[in-house]
Write a protein that binds this ligand. Structure first.
Ligand code: KIV
Length: 259
């Protein structure tokens, strides 16, 4: 039985009947094409591209132009899986700006857009959803707030944080989000959110009881060896294979003239 998602409209059926969603990030044509062919349910053009592709310290330096450039490349590689594209830092400060930039991402080939935040951003979220653009929320640890927060911190450890997370999730759900990414949240809190929402929850570092899981693909395939979060299991060693192949090639080039 084939379970691969082909449209965002299948999300609510999947939430009720399973199996859980398998979601990965892509930033370029070959990776996107391979993920699509491998059966990934949803492909996220995440602003994590700033770190794992562009070598920035965090996601706050990612611009709309970068997101558009990479979304266009991913679109070319994907035939089936719905594509979600991130609205980068400072690209959704007002409802008007959020809507304008969401439309640009959709024109570049996204099927849905995502932004980081809950209740504070409901006017932006409503502007996007009311225009007919499918929307994905993102709560918990928010990488775009890393500088304000002074680091990447797990969420849902105190009663106040739990109340805020639940209120954010319910507000996004009520506004009509099709899915909500739960990042770095205490597992009991993410399972509670999953039970309370109609939207599909997609966890990353948030335990197993969500409607799906997302990983940053370079963490999964081991192509960014300089940092990998503890919850992400590398299932390949692309960095190691690249080093081996390149060193072998360098060696062979140097030997060629001597023969
Ligand atoms: O940018 C990204 O890759 C993300 C995931 C971590 C969910 O938002």
């Amino acid at each position: 039985m084939i379970h691969m998602l082909t449209s965002l409209s299948e999300l609510s059926h999947r939430k009720q009947h399973g199996p859980p969603l398998a979601v990965l990030t892509a930033y370029d044509y070959p990776t996107a094409r391979l993920l699509d062919e491998a059966g990934v349910d949803l492909i996220l053009v995440g602003d994590s591209l700033g770190m794992v592709v562009l070598g920035l310290a965090d996601t706050t330096g990612v611009t709309m132009e970068m997101m558009l450039h990479h979304t266009t490349a991913v679109r070319r590689g994907v035939k089936r899986a719905p594509i979600i594209a991130d609205l980068p830092f400072h690209s959704y400060e007002t409802p008007e700006q959020a809507l304008e930039n969401a439309r640009r991402l959709m024109d570049a080939g996204a099927d849905a857009v995502k932004l980081e935040g809950g209740i504070t951003f409901i006017p932006q979220v409503k502007a996007i959803i009311e225009s007919g653009i499918p929307f994905v929320g993102h709560i918990g640890m928010l990488p775009q707030s890393v500088r304000e927060e002074g680091g990447y911190k797990k969420k849902g450890k105190t009663p106040e944080q739990i109340d805020c997370l639940i209120a954010d999730a319910l507000a996004l759900d009520e506004a009509g989000a099709v899915a909500i990414v739960l990042e770095s949240i205490v597992p009991e809190v993410s399972s509670r959110i999953t039970r309370l929402t109609k939207a599909s929850t997609i966890g990353i570092g948030a335990g197993k009881n969500t409607d799906g899981q997302v990983l940053v693909t370079p963490d999964l395939i081991g192509s960014f060896p300089w940092f990998r979060p503890p919850f992400a299991k590398a299932r390949a060693n692309v960095a190691g294979e690249t080093l081996r192949a390149v060193q072998e090639y360098v060696e062979e080039c140097r030997m060629a003239k001597a023969e």
